[in-house]
Ligand binder design. Structure first.
Ligand SMILES: *Cc1c(COP(=O)(O)O)cnc(C)c1O
Length: 405
């Protein structure tokens, strides 16, 4: 094969605007580019590699499993899957878990569980779900409809029926949207793609109350916020409000694809043999990776470290924002899901940070997400601050957002 055939993007469906950068290898928070440079990875594969790259415990777990069994269908029992499900339930509100392979699939299951609950209670007419502006729930047809963003829905035919979107944080709008066909309310504890946005905790308490009063199910999409990203195993634990159903994926396998839908026994009471399934869901390699992630995260002090790093990072970022009001306007977020609201176009800031060998991710509302692995150290945070300073200096005098619209 010629070199061009092995390196061209010509045969990849052009759905991603990829940076001209590739990596050979990672170690902790560092990525080693094929350009010979070393990059500080504050994308964590978009909130996936939360234990960094090539974590020794994860590598060992996957290597060991790889010599034993790669795949086993759900026709048979899975002792390691049972153990993973039991651990997730022990750590949460949930009684039961369905394993799948991605965030969108976890959300699909959450939506099906909620609809089926009401159907099994004799109310098949209750299938509608209230969602929020700025949400992101995935790219399958149902999760796209739940996401509700015109730019993602365009050209894919009529959106799946059954989602009613209201303004984030507006409890009166939610109450008005509840009708005889409403089954559930679906929300991210902290919007990631939407721009690191969250309503006050009181809003979540009001949603819980409303669900209890009206017999609705509360679904949390913790695909991005879950598995420690906001400083607790699950973001809702810091809010103090429990859902009936929750979706997980991204960091659950530490980089190995796995998703999960967690539910209370009551919420899942409509699900029975044959009502849902997945060929790969709960695959032995994925389950081994996720059990290894939990081994690390459940060690005493793990989340304390993430919270300390969050505090330190946010303090240092606040002073960078003060020094560069022509580039940055605000620090947002919880734990290590941090957003920097930019004054310049966020894409320009991401590019300038990349030039400074710091990798970050864009988000809505002209925000740049900083998602370091949760194992990041104080020295690495300090290193990132210097790179952010350098990027801001490079962008000083750059046209502000308003001027380029
Ligand atoms: C990433 C994400 C998804 C979709 O996950 P995929 O694995 O890409 O399907 C869903 N919800 C939220 C909140 C996400 O951040």
């Amino acid at each position: 094969m010629t070199n061009s055939a092995t390196t061209s993007q010509a045969h990849l469906m052009p759905v991603f605007a990829r940076a001209d950068l590739a990596f050979d290898r990672g170690e902790g928070v560092w990525l080693f580019g094929t350009d010979g440079e070393r990059y500080l990875d504050f994308t964590s594969g978009v909130a996936v590699n939360s234990l960094g790259h090539a974590h020794p415990h994860l590598v060992a777990a996957l290597q060991e499993q790889a010599t034993k069994l790669w795949h086993m269908s759900n026709l048979f029992k899975s002792p390691d899957g049972e153990r993973l499900a039991a651990r997730l339930c022990e750590q949460s509100f949930a009684d039961t878990v369905f394993f799948c392979n991605s965030g969108a699939e976890a959300m699909e299951c959450s939506i099906k569980v909620a609809r089926r609950y009401h159907a099994s209670q004799g109310h098949p007419e209750k299938f509608r779900i209230i969602t929020f502006e700025g949400a992101f729930h995935g790219r399958t047809l149902a999760t796209l409809a739940a996401t509700g963003a015109a730019k993602y829905l365009e050209g894919f035919g009529p959106p799946l029926e059954g989602f009613d979107q209201v303004a984030l944080g507006d409890i009166e709008a939610v109450k008005k949207a509840v009708g005889p066909a409403t089954a559930a309310i679906l929300i991210e504890p902290l919007q990631g793609e939407g721009g690191v946005r969250a309503p006050p905790h009181a809003f979540f308490r009001a949603l819980r109350q409303l669900c209890d009063d009206k017999g609705l199910l509360l679904i949390f999409d913790e695909v991005q916020t879950g598995m420690g990203r906001t400083g607790a195993l699950f973001a809702h634990q810091r809010i103090g409000v429990e859902p009936d159903i929750m979706s997980l994926a991204k960091a659950l396998g530490g980089g190995f694809p796995i998703g999960a839908c967690l539910a209370t026994a009551e919420a899942a009471s409509g699900m029975a043999p044959g009502s849902h399934g997945s060929t790969f869901g709960g695959n032995p390699l994925a389950v081994a990776a996720a059990n290894a992630v939990l081994d690390v995260m459940l060690k005493p002090g793990f989340f304390d470290h993430a919270q300390r790093m969050s505090l330190l990072f946010k303090q240092k970022l606040a002073s960078v924002v003060d020094r560069h009001p022509d580039v940055l306007s605000e620090v947002r977020g919880e734990g290590l899901l941090i957003g920097l609201k930019a004054v310049v176009p966020a894409g320009d800031l991401v590019a300038a940070l990349r030039d400074a060998k710091l990798l970050t991710v864009g988000a809505g509302e002209n925000v740049v997400r900083l998602l370091p692995p949760l194992i990041v150290t104080e020295a690495e945070i300090e290193e990132s601050i210097q790179r952010i300073e350098a990027a801001c200096a490079a962008l000083a005098g750059h046209a502000p957002m308003e001027a380029v619209r």
